[in-house]
Design a protein around this ligand. Structure first.
Ligand SMILES: [Zn+2]
Length: 306
């Protein structure tokens, strides 16, 4: 079972999370296989999304996106408040990915790549927008890009370690909490923060990838008093639906849809995340647009109420 474990150091204001994602990660890759360096990046983003989402206590969906300008055009991971996740990557048609390609060669060849974090609230108030922050791809790997983003946008010190292959994605997050009022604690906290970060820094990529998170926690912090919380369990879930695909077709417009129908007979749309097929034939599309026009008619401002 995929697990996210929060923990806290008893003597200091430092908290952490470890995550291991295997089943969910397998389901992401079930319908497509990515070149190893792409799988590694997407896996690391998957681990990061779970860690950040659990850390935020935000009721909504956290979306991590990398818009690439190289062989990889897009990497997306979504994670909601109950740690239900989905992820996908899109490669350029002529993409050539060498086995040892790193982040900069995959998505930032011309320095035009972008990293975005979106927070989409679950129950939006009327007019409320999702929050989005976008930055350049500043860093050699996913963890560094996210750390650099956090450095600019948050007051809290946050460090991340991520590792993934096609089997599993693991990650560690450490965060220094604000100092409490009073005296004497600040120096202790600073020392504790440096120590916990230093210890995490001794982890090799292979160790993080190949060790279950319980063992990792013991191995790293056996000298500290660590309080652990009830574990949580990330899982795969795709939020696609026929209705959403229909709305997308409506946005395309009647003309566009009619011309595609004339060419193809019917429209077959596969969900990018889970592979689910949605088919719309002529009658379906007709219904779509006639319902749309009825809805518009109903919503027309009246002004003649008697
Ligand atoms: Zn789907």
């Amino acid at each position: 079972m995929d697990t996210l474990q929060k923990f806290m150091f008893d003597q200091s204001r430092v908290r952490g999370e470890l995550v291991e994602i295997s089943d969910t990660w397998q389901q992401v890759q079930e319908r497509r296989s990515y070149p190893a360096p792409v799988a590694r990046m997407l896996g690391e983003m998957t681990a990061a999304a779970a860690l950040l989402s659990a850390n935020l206590k935000f009721d909504g969906t956290l979306i991590l996106q990398i818009h690439g300008d190289g062989p990889v055009q897009l990497l997306v991971v979504e994670c909601d408040a109950s740690l239900q996740m989905r992820a996908t990557a899109k490669l350029a048609d002529d993409a050539e990915v060498s086995d040892d390609a790193q982040l900069q060669q995959l998505v930032n060849v011309n320095q035009q790549g972008r990293f975005a974090i979106t927070l989409d609230p679950a129950n939006k108030l009327p007019g409320q927008q999702a929050y989005q922050g976008i930055v350049a791809l500043d860093g050699e790997d996913v963890a560094t890009v996210i750390e650099n983003y956090m450095l600019r946008s948050e007051q809290l010190d946050t460090r991340l370690w991520l590792a993934a292959d096609t089997h599993v994605a693991r990650g560690l997050l450490l965060q220094k909490l604000p100092e409490e009022g009073g005296t004497g604690g600040a120096q202790n906290d600073a020392d504790a923060w440096n120590r916990t970060v230093m210890l995490a820094g001794t982890l090799t990529h292979e160790e993080l990838l190949g060790t279950d998170i319980r063992t990792l926690l013991e191995r790293l912090y056996w000298e500290e008093t660590v309080r652990i919380f009830e574990p949580r369990h990330p899982s795969f879930r795709c939020s696609c639906s026929r209705e959403k695909v229909g709305n997308m077709l409506k946005l395309l417009g009647r003309e566009e849809v009619d011309s595609a129908l004339a060419d193809l007979g019917k429209l077959e749309i596969h969900c990018e995340f889970c592979g689910q097929l949605y088919a719309f034939d002529k009658v379906d599309c007709l219904q779509l647009f006639s319902l749309a026009s009825i809805a518009e008619a109903v919503q027309l401002p009246g002004g003649q109420a008697h």
